[in-house]
Design a protein around this ligand. Structure first.
Ligand code: NAD
Length: 262
């Protein structure tokens, strides 16, 4: 379905971004991966996902720090130069920090706003002209259940995620008469390194085992008592890229086990 398209997924060396990259590659898209850490494993995983589905795709990696607008611009230019243009942009890179507002470190606030929100604005601004010229494009913002509702001790994260849902709607409206769509995905808990850190903190604070801390984390917010998986989120991203989603614009689609239905 996505043969000859190029997808760029920010923060795709791990977790949800890597899952979405694999799902798009399995539909035949070329991929630009991004994130911190050694990219050898993620690049191989994405190529294998494509090969498993019978596709031979190109997979590049760019190590841009998404808190740095100049590095974002270099990555977007590199992707366009090497693969033609970016047809699908998935703004996924994100970090978390947990503290009450009165104790929230300023540098953590700035970093979360820069990586979880401003990076999506910068990448979107740079991706749009080529998408508009082609009259086809897909921008998918990985928000969160925290883009729809709040939790204590997550001021920066909740502010950034509500912000990216707003950005999603504006980009969708500004391009509503074109073939360029913009939508957000709002996952509940997904067991990635970002969440494992929160499980570890709960286990340490309460002298719980990993299993007890995991169960408590789910019970507090997620009625299904199940994690959403990167594969399920990847399938939703594929749907947003499909012709069936041509007129799906500006939605913030929860995949959260009932978290925001409460
Ligand atoms: P993760 O920690 O597994 O992956 C985060 C990715 O972002 C990694 O590839 C990391 O290298 C990259 N990254 C971090 N800072 C970066 C920077 N400055 N520049 C470039 N890359 C950077 O986390 P995840 O759980 O897969 O989270 C991915 C996205 O999903 C985030 O936006 C997160 O807020 C969102 N999300 C996660 C959950 C969850 O339960 N895990 C739920 C809802 C939303």
């Amino acid at each position: 379905m996505l043969k000859n398209k190029t997808a760029l997924v920010t923060g795709s060396t791990s977790g949800i971004g890597l899952g979405i990259a694999k799902s798009l590659a399995a539909q035949g898209a070329n991929l630009v991966l991004n994130g911190f850490g050694d990219a050898t494993g993620p690049v191989a995983e994405v190529k294998a996902a494509a090969a498993h589905a019978g596709h031979d795709v190109q997979v590049l990696f760019h190590p841009a720090d998404m808190s740095q607008p100049r590095q974002i611009a270099e990555m977007m230019a590199d992707a366009a130069q090497q693969l033609g243009r970016v047809d699908i942009l998935v703004n996924n890179a994100g970090i978390q920090h947990v503290a009450r507002v009165e104790n929230f470190p300023h540098e953590k606030w700035d970093a979360i706003l820069a990586i979880n929100l401003s990076s999506a604005f910068h990448a979107t601004q740079l991706a749009l002209p080529a998408m508009q010229a082609a009259n086809w494009g897909r921008i998918i913002n990985v928000a969160s259940a925290h883009g729809l509702v709040a939790s204590a001790e997550k001021a920066a994260y909740v502010a950034a995620k509500h912000g990216i849902v707003g950005l999603t709607k504006v980009v969708a409206l500004e391009n509503a008469t074109s073939g360029v769509t913009c939508n957000a995905i709002c996952p509940g808990w997904v067991l990635t390194p970002l969440v494992q850190k929160q499980v570890d903190a709960r286990a340490a604070a309460n002298s719980w085992t990993n299993a007890q801390a995991t169960e408590e984390l789910l019970r507090e917010k997620e009625p299904s008592l199940q994690f959403t998986t990167p594969e399920e989120l990847g399938a939703l991203a594929v749907f947003f890229c499909s012709p069936a989603a041509n007129n799906t614009r500006g939605v913030a689609w929860a995949m959260d086990g009932g978290w925001t239905a409460q």
